[in-house]
Design a protein around this ligand. Structure first.
Ligand code: NAD
Ligand code: ZN
Length: 391
């Protein structure tokens, strides 16, 4: 990996290509940007592959407080450490690393607890800057600051990431980069939501609303946990065939349910309601539908999809009281990146966890807008972007 890194670049700015989002919803512009050296606690990474997740689309379109433009999007990636700032010993030049939007400081009460992946020292939040120093490492050639995204910004050939957001891959030869990037967000999130957040048990029933990569990865996680019935709900009927590869046993197309609510259909299919329901689209109305589809007494609804800012859920307190159901949010599938990505990697090497099937398209950085079109049109699962075709 070291051979692919520039010589004598340490401590100096690097000029490279990036896909810059200049304004909300506008096509990304491939331009030269300047990436400053890492500050203390940070590493500069040469991004090898970055795949496109629906959250990139959401924040590409975002207006108002969540739309900090110009911005470099991208948060599902793998790369090689080019240089490190002061006080960094966890990674060194040449290490293969997976950046993740969630931090694991390894020290706070939450990182030490098995019950949460919400680090308190470096909490999840929306920011256009680095987590520790509140400044950007990107400028354009006129000197204008470019904002970061989710502490990763991987649609750039080089980026700077805080070490609390990096997971080192100890044996890079075990995992090709066009598969490794999937563990950085999508597949880990879905598999983790079933495995860690819901703790799906063998023999249980599962309903998944939205069969993009996240929902299909939930199916994959539920399959690995031994679920007996895995019901997918999607408006796109092609998703049933695709979903069978990931353990889907049944399919509901909301457009074909007539006057019956989807929750009624699922209750009938599961003799009273699914044990675990997952919302993987990002719509409050589907969270309600998922909650209604869960079994009374022990049903768990897991919110994974990212809805628009300001969207609210409304529940009758009487129903919450008497139904005994539970609703939980799940960021990054409840996984701690440094602790759990190596476990998923091992399951991939052992041929238990599927990653290959999620990659439907691969392309080069200059074609990145096509990846956005494909994901918006529901024509791809994961589209992997190779950041430098010379590699
Ligand atoms: P995607 O665009 O690939 O898939 C979305 C799927 O939902 C598509 O198959 C689409 O046909 C289906 N769909 C849309 N409207 C529907 C409806 N009304 N009923 C049923 N199905 C419907 O997206 P993805 O990359 O899989 O991401 C899914 C969601 O997960 C997004 O909201 C994304 O932001 C979120 N996400 C959350 C986390 C997290 O940590 N919680 C991490 C990554 C992504
Ligand atoms: Zn994502």
């Amino acid at each position: 990996m070291e051979a692919q890194l520039p010589i004598n670049s340490e401590g100096k700015p690097i000029q490279c290509k990036a896909a810059v989002c200049r304004d909300s919803g506008e096509p990304l512009v491939i331009e030269d940007v300047v990436v400053a050296p890492p500050m203390s606690g940070e590493a500069r990474i040469r991004i090898i592959c970055s795949s496109l997740c629906h959250s990139d689309l959401t924040f590409w379109k975002a207006k108002g407080p969540l739309g900090s433009f110009p911005r470099i999007l991208g948060h599902e990636a793998v790369g090689v450490v080019e240089s490190v700032g002061e006080d960094v010993s966890e990674v060194k030049k040449g290490d293969m690393v997976i950046p993740v939007f969630m931090a694991e400081c390894l020290e706070c009460v939450d990182c030490k607890s098995k019950k949460s992946n919400l680090c308190s020292n470096v909490p999840f939040r929306m920011s256009g800057f680095m987590p520790r120093h509140e400044s950007s490492r990107f400028t354009d050639l006129s000197g204008q600051t470019i904002h970061h995204f989710l502490f990763v910004s991987s649609f750039s050939q080089y980026t700077v990431v805080d070490v609390v957001h990096l997971t080192k891959i100890s044996d890079p030869s075990s995992l090709p980069p066009n598969r490794a990037c999937l563990l950085s967000c999508g597949v880990s999130t879905g598999v983790g939501a079933a495995w860690k957040t819901a703790e799906v048990e063998a023999g249980s029933t599962v309903a998944i609303f939205g069969l993009g990569s996240i929902g299909l990865a939930v199916a994959e996680g539920a399959r690995l946990c031994g679920a007996a019935k895995i019901i997918g709900v999607d408006l796109n009927p092609q998703k049933f065939e695709i979903g069978k590869k990931f353990g889907l046993t049944d399919f509901v197309n909301p457009g074909e349910c007539g006057d019956k609510p989807v929750s009624q259909v699922i209750k009938e299919m599961t003799d009273g309601g699914a044990d675990y329901c997952f919302e993987c689209v990002g719509m409050a109305s589907l969270v309600h539908e998922a909650y209604a589809s869960c079994r009374k007494g022990w049903g768990k609804t897991i919110v994974v999809g990212v809805d628009q800012l300001g969207s609210n859920l409304t529940f009758s307190s009487g129903e919450v009281l008497t139904s005994g159901k539970c609703i939980m949010g799940s960021l990054f599938g409840g996984l701690k990146p440094k602790s759990h990505i190596p476990i998923l990697l091992k399951r991939y090497i052992d041929k238990e966890l599927q990653l290959d099937e999620f990659v439907t398209h691969e392309m080069e950085l200059e074609d990145i807008n096509r990846a956005f079109d494909l994901l918006q049109a529901g024509q791809c699962l994961r589209c992997v972007i190779w950041m430098d075709k010379k590699l």
